[in-house]
Design a protein around this ligand. Structure first.
Ligand code: ADP
Ligand code: MG
Length: 327
């Protein structure tokens, strides 16, 4: 199982940012209202994620930490289907097989907290009592300490941290109601309280994407044929030299999709001409039955039942919003 976990880890755990992403997803799944991340040395030395979610009852702890015994692969034909289901139940086992992992948790309503540890292997079944408020803290130290080939592929501390920050940015943009904090080498990088009002949300976007983005953005909110598109798009007065600032969420899931990208680009071209790098934070809400978000668990792809309808709705909504404010 150790080797199997290390192989699985190659798919789930590409770099520190993938660890942070999986741990934060678990915290979100556990209904956390606040998530605190501490990172040291770009995550190579430490990634600690603390949440105030449901916690894990002691009796479920051993099972939760081990890779699910029933593999979803029965034959080769299943392979494609499996990749579309994600890596259910593999993240913690995979991460623990390539790091020193320590998980402390107290289930809601439980009187005691429990701690489980692993060092480059499966979780030990021996649990020790440990004080912890309701919720869970997972500490991942010395990532890839036992897979030197992979450790060698880590980039600079700054690069690895940037990837972590980028993931958190996406997660914090997708869950306004959750408070987030991010520290790097003991210095606060983001501190975001839950955002419930429009003003709070704009403040969070400004803090994650820069106040210049917010100052140069139009707020949009439109609905038609069961679709809703809301968020912020930047005007040409916002110019950005670095990486693109392009965030698109479908039913709160961050996605990268050609059809969506095309609709946005087209609207920018039509109205503003030559706007080659549109910047936006946009949320599309659709009937979950009309979209398949599980095309690939890590590539953030979606498949719309009626792609043309979605494309035209995005295009028309942005076209109208941009034409209204065209300088
Ligand atoms: P998956 O999330 O796909 O189920 P993981 O390996 O990420 O697999 O987690 C295994 C299990 O451990 C989860 O299903 C959940 O029951 C439990 N778990 C992990 N992290 C947390 C957390 N922060 N809070 C509560 N439960 C958690
Ligand atoms: Mg998980």
């Amino acid at each position: 199982p150790r080797l199997a976990n290390q192989i699985a880890a190659g798919e789930v755990v590409e770099r520190p940012a993938s660890v942070a992403k999986e741990l934060v997803e678990n915290a979100l799944d556990a209904d956390a209202s606040r998530i605190d991340l501490d990172v040291e040395q770009g995550g190579a030395r430490l990634i600690r994620v603390r949440d105030d979610g449901t916690g894990i009852p002691k009796d479920d702890l051993t099972l939760a930490l081990n890779r699910h015994a029933t593999s979803k692969i029965h034959n080769l034909d299943d392979l494609e289907a499996v990749s579309s289901l994600g890596f259910r139940g593999e993240a913690l086992a995979s991460i623990s097989s390539v790091s020193r992992l320590n998980l402390t948790t107290r289930a809601r309503g439980a009187s005691e907290g429990w701690c489980a540890e692993a060092e480059g292997q499966d979780m030990q079944t021996a649990l020790s009592p440990a004080p912890h408020p309701e919720g869970t803290t997972v500490e991942v130290r010395d990532l890839f300490f036992n897979t030197p080939a992979r450790r060698k592929f880590l980039r600079t501390e700054k690069t690895e941290f940037n990837h972590i920050e980028e993931n958190i940015r996406r997660q914090a943009l997708s869950r306004f109601e959750v408070g987030f904090s991010l520290q790097h080498n003991q210095k606060a990088v983001h501190s975001l309280r839950p955002a419930t009002s429009e003003t709070d949300r704009e403040r969070r976007v400004a803090s994650l994407c820069g106040s210049r983005f917010m100052e140069n953005a139009v707020h949009i909110d439109a609905e038609a044929s069961g679709l809703r598109l809301w968020g912020w798009v930047a005007l040409p007065t916002f110019s950005r030299s670095q990486a693109d600032l392009q965030y698109f969420f479908v039913n709160r899931r961050p996605i990268r999709d050609r059809l969506v990208a095309h609709a946005v680009r087209q609207a920018y071209r039509d109205v503003l001409f030559n706007q080659r790098h549109p910047a936006f934070v946009l949320y599309l809400e659709v009937d979950p039955a009309s979209v398949d978000v599980n095309v690939h668990p890590t590539k953030h792809e979606v498949r719309f039942r009626d792609g043309r309808l979605v494309h035209d709705f995005i295009f028309r909504t942005l076209h109208r919003a941009l034409a209204d404010v065209r300088p």
